[in-house]
Design a protein around this ligand. Structure first.
Ligand code: PLP
Length: 365
């Protein structure tokens, strides 16, 4: 049987998602794969209603609550499905038929969320940075919110465009909804700033197929829509502790491991410090070079998705091919915006950023 020598075969994976996971988690999962917890079974073969599995769910929820100091009046849900299921669930669950929600449009993902909301309910764009091709932040003023706006929706980190809001938009008493798919757990947040936070797991938490939702309990009290398909109804998932249907069990198990890994790194604050250093190093190299360019305004730059281009754009494919041969994987930008993108989430070590910079320096010479 062929055995993998991990240290030698693992590439640095800069993919935006599914993204790199800490090697120690993969090794742990491999060691436990055939016989989890002495049961003689794989964790993916056990009932989601069995005591050992419920213990995994409880532990994952408790760890996430502790990492983010989630107060008791918020539900933490582990739902199956892609992050963009939430683009529909949010208006379906929170918006009355005659009410309207505000959307801050700062890139690809908020645009898609807004489009979906408009298909289902009434939504309006309160500010957009489309005119700068999403290289700046939208010029948002809370005074632009219509009276009786049900919620304000935004995307704190636009994964495709490499744009990040450095501060939380203020909106008074209007509940704030945040798509944190590519930034949850990479920087400190105050959960009470938000009515609802969601994150697809495949960027920063676990394999694809799981979406984490943190929602203030009172927002679900008066769900205004009389009929919501059962699987899309937050109230059902909250009442059944994410086990109304079969949750993506293996992903929840991996998420739990990831939460413990983050604790062991010193928590979200410690990772944020490292993430800032990684991003600063890469942007500094790009800014000092005449061969590489970042088009994103300095105050709007993501610390986890670094988008850049070459002064010779026709050499992008060559860049990607040579990088891949050097064990630097997933650097091609999203097809919508082109260029290059290095995603440097929590699980990307500084050594990966150093290896990327060394390659970029060589390629430019
Ligand atoms: C990746 C991503 C999504 C979409 O995730 P899916 O699970 O493919 O639906 C949505 N929002 C943001 C910010 C993302 O980065």
């Amino acid at each position: 049987m062929k055995t993998l020598k991990m240290q030698q075969t693992r590439a640095y994976n800069f993919s935006a998602g599914p993204a790199t996971l800490p090697e120690s988690l993969l090794l742990e999962a491999r060691a436990e794969l055939l016989n989890w917890n002495g049961l003689g079974l794989s964790v993916m073969e056990i009932s989601h209603r069995s005591a050992p599995f419920l213990a995994i769910m409880d532990d994952a929820e408790a760890s996430l609550r502790s990492l983010l100091a989630v107060p008791d009046h918020y539900h933490v849900l582990f739902l199956g499905g892609a992050a963009r299921t939430q683009f529909a669930m949010i208006p379906m669950n929170l918006l009355a038929p005659d009410a309207e929600a505000a959307y801050l449009i700062s890139g690809c993902w908020s645009t898609m969320a807004y489009t979906e909301a408009c298909r289902l309910k009434k939504a309006y764009c309160v500010a957009t940075s489309e005119s700068s091709h999403f290289t700046t932040l939208p010029d948002y003023h809370p005074a632009a919110l219509h009276p009786d706006t049900t919620y304000l929706y935004y995307t704190p980190n636009e994964t495709v465009d490499g744009v990040r809001f450095p501060t939380v938009p203020s909106c008074g008493e209007v509940p704030l909804i945040a798509d944190m798919t590519s930034c949850l757990l990479s920087e400190p947040i105050n959960v009470t700033d938000y009515g609802l936070i969601f994150a697809g797991a495949q960027k920063n938490i676990a394999p694809a197929g799981l979406t984490v939702v943190i929602v203030r309990a009172d927002l679900l009290k008066n769900t205004p829509e009389p009929v919501i398909p059962t699987m899309l109804d937050y109230r059902i998932h909250a009442a059944k502790h994410s086990s109304y249907a079969t949750p993506p069990t293996f992903n929840c198990y991996m998420a739990g491991k990831m939460f413990h890994w983050i604790e062991a790194q010193g928590g979200v604050d410690a990772l944020y410090q490292i993430n800032c250093l990684k991003a600063a190093k890469l942007y500094q190299f790009i800014d000092e070079s005449s061969f590489y360019h970042s088009q994103v305004a300095v105050d709007a730059r993501s610390i986890v998705n670094v988008c850049f281009t070459l002064s010779q754009p026709e050499r992008i494919d060559e860049f990607v091919q040579q990088a891949t041969r050097r064990g630097l994987f997933g650097l091609k930008g999203h097809t919508l915006v082109g260029g290059l993108r290095a995603s440097i989430y929590n699980a990307m070590p500084m050594a990966g950023v150093d290896a990327l910079i060394a390659f970029m320096r060589e390629f430019s010479q």
